[in-house]
Ligand binder design. Structure first.
Ligand SMILES: O=P(O)(O)OC[C@H]1O[C@H](OP(=O)(O)OP(=O)(O)O)[C@H](O)[C@@H]1O
Ligand SMILES: O=c1[nH]c(=O)c2nc[nH]c2[nH]1
Ligand SMILES: [Mg+2]
Length: 166
């Protein structure tokens, strides 16, 4: 991690906030469920999509959960998106009736790779930045492009000096 981060702002998300936002995502997804009202499976984009996918699957009572592993960042530096592990494509098919879940969309490069493999799937993220927003069918909260989202699994509680000092 460099001393000066390339992003102007930080949006720090607690576990509690993530839980509430992922639940809000599930409630939105209920309104756009496929004909018949059931998603066939949830595909989590690892690793960041796993916690939101679990919460969504729990809320919508979806028991079939698989993963696709896409790596595109080393800390805050993006390289080319690579699929490291695919889901069971016999299960997924062209993605019809399948829900793909990730924690966020930023540039949209990760979702571009995923959508190419499952073109008919419904793509949902908890957070979205403007550059990648059109790659997502359903999301909860938008933040500006110059904001870095800090997730609870990347943070720890720590002491903070009082504002007026000692
Ligand atoms: O829209 P993009 O610009 O492609 O960025 C979004 C992706 O980047 C992060 O994943 P990352 O590749 O860092 O892996 P991780 O989920 O394992 O942390 C994040 O969880 C999204 O999956
Ligand atoms: O933790 C993260 N926060 C972000 O804002 C982001 N954008 C891409 N990848 C990201 N990972
Ligand atoms: Mg990710």
């Amino acid at each position: 991690m460099t001393d000066r981060l390339p992003h102007e702002k930080g949006f720090h998300v607690s576990w509690d906030q993530l839980h509430r936002d992922a639940r809000a995502l599930a409630w939105r997804l209920q309104d756009v469920a496929p004909a018949g009202g059931e998603w066939r499976a949830v595909i989590a984009i690892t690793r960041g999509g796993m916690a939101p996918a679990m919460i969504v699957a729990r809320e919508l009572d979806i028991r079939t959960v698989d993963t696709i592993s896409v790596k595109s960042y080393n800390h805050q530096t993006q390289s080319e998106a690579q699929v490291i592990k695919s889901p069971d494509m016999d299960l997924v098919g062209d993605g019809e009736g399948v829900l793909i879940v990730d924690d966020l969309v930023d540039t949209g490069r990760t979702l571009k790779v995923v959508r190419e493999r499952m073109p008919k799937a419904h793509v949902a993220t908890v957070y979205a930045k403007p550059m990648g927003r059109d790659m997502v069918d359903t999301f909860v909260t938008e933040v500006s492009q110059d904001t870095w989202i800090f997730f609870p699994w990347d943070m720890a509680l720590q002491y903070v000096e009082p504002y007026r000092g000692a």
